[in-house]
Design a protein around this ligand. Structure first.
Ligand code: ZN
Length: 241
């Protein structure tokens, strides 16, 4: 059994399609939130996930799109994009987003958008990772939110380790350690690698592998230009930040 764990798709249909072309037909597809916001195809991305995703949790942009939640904390470009998204979201998409849970707990792992309990907190350093580990007893926590492919590890003494997975790669879980795995972003990578990211989790083999893959960035950018999205959001796809 394998899980294909995708996060921060952000309305980027071309990248989602490429990701699902890599995923095996019997892989269990998981979405860690922020299906919408920034990108030009929110309804199309949701329609695909409604069919293909077995498990999905809520992201901050998803909540902002349906309830305007937290928009006052968004920067100008993000606010413009969420306003555009609110204008185009259809009823089926809104209904699907409305029913997403903040977290999904399984015996061996936890799914949240940003961090356990404080669901939209960014884990950006060892202190934040240490606090996040203390708020859960899950052996493995899968997150997105930062758009950075990386992981945090906590050993039995509480020491925190960290590694970026900017070029993809694999992690084998060790006995007695706990992990926070950030799968990176399908729709808007921010770790200076414009290739999109997701992760494959194989519970029986106790391993995770990050995949970085190309998608037609220029096609997405052309759609964003046609939708009059802020140029900052359009250009960042090319540089991955
Ligand atoms: Zn996001």
């Amino acid at each position: 059994m394998r899980y294909a764990i995708l996060s921060d798709i952000h309305g980027n249909l071309e990248s989602l399609q490429r990701a699902l072309a890599i995923v095996a037909p019997d892989d269990i597809v998981v979405s860690l939130g922020d299906v919408v916001g920034y990108g030009p195809n929110p309804n199309e991305c949701i329609a695909i996930l409604r069919e293909r995703a077995r498990h999905a949790v809520l992201g901050n942009h998803d909540l902002a799109a349906v309830e305007n939640f937290g928009v006052e904390n968004f920067n100008r470009a993000a606010r413009a994009a969420i306003g555009w998204t609110q204008g185009v979201l259809d009823q089926a998409s809104r209904s699907w987003l409305n029913l997403l849970p903040y977290e999904l707990r399984f015996p061996d792992f936890l799914l949240v958008h940003g961090a356990p309990v404080s669901y939209f907190e960014y884990i950006l350093d060892k202190d934040a990772a240490a606090r996040a580990f203390e708020r859960t007893d899950a052996p493995i926590v899968f997150v997105g939110h930062t758009h950075i492919a990386e992981y945090w590890v906590r050993d039995a003494e509480g020491a925190i380790g960290h590694r970026h997975m900017q070029q993809g790669g694999e992690l084998e879980f060790e006995e007695g350690k706990r992990y926070i795995v950030d799968v990176g972003s399908v729709g808007q990578p921010r770790d200076l690698n414009p290739r999109a990211s997701f992760a494959i989790y194989e519970p029986e083999r106790r391993r995770v592998e990050w995949t970085r893959y190309e998608y037609p960035i220029d096609e997405v950018q052309a759609k964003m230009r046609a939708a009059h999205m802020p140029s900052y959001l359009i250009e960042r796809l090319r540089v991955g930040r």
